[in-house]
Design a binder for this molecule. Sequence first.
Ligand code: PEP
Length: 246
Amino acid sequence: MARPCFVANWKMNKTVEESISYIRLFQEQCTTLSIQNCDLILAPPYTALFSIWKIISGFSRPIGLAAQNLYYEADGPYTGEISARMLCEIGCQYVIIGHSERRIHFGETDFSVAAKVHAAISAGLTPILCVGESAKEREDGKTIEVVQRQVKEGFCKIEGDLSHCIVAYEPIWAIGTGKTPTPSELEQVHQKIAQSVRGPRVIYGGSVNEGNVAAFMKEPHVDGMLVGGASLSAETFLNIIQVGIQ
Ligand code: PEP
């Protein structure tokens, strides 16, 4: 397994004030728990990124900051969009790209995802590329085909080694539903992802909690977790990390 990585995706939750309370509690508890040898990454909404960065940049324990999206153009008439350079300026080192909620609700395609991955890497951001099959695709036995296509398409503009990148395997049917693949099903998909592109860490997301994280993290090709709902509580997220790295 590569260095484990735990990402908290807050989605469209928490005001700036709520984000600051979270990070203060997170910091306090982080120092009392022994959670070394792993990367911790928080992905708050855009509005809270700068405030959080100002706080975490003073921590002795490094915490990574991720945006939940970006736009692939550098600047220009794209009302409402945020570029990679703007994210770098406010302390982001990572950016989530191609989350299924963006593919489903905001029309993201493999084409826009590839352009975003390219824009992120060109600006020095680490992309967290999300891939995953729908319930129907799983029923039809197409999981591996869909996931391998999304990974290949997502990185199609990038040449060479991808060890600085992260892929998050997030089956759509597992997100926020309480359903998950079995650890061995997960291992099989992660192995196939590892075979199709060279080097990224491959993490899992979808209904991760304190009860299931240990079994997932035991699998050799599972390099970490992307946590949605359960990351909204600092205590629960830290417990997940603690259980996951044991
Ligand atoms: C997510 O949407 O990235 C996610 C993993 O959500 P949840 O943990 O709530 O299933």
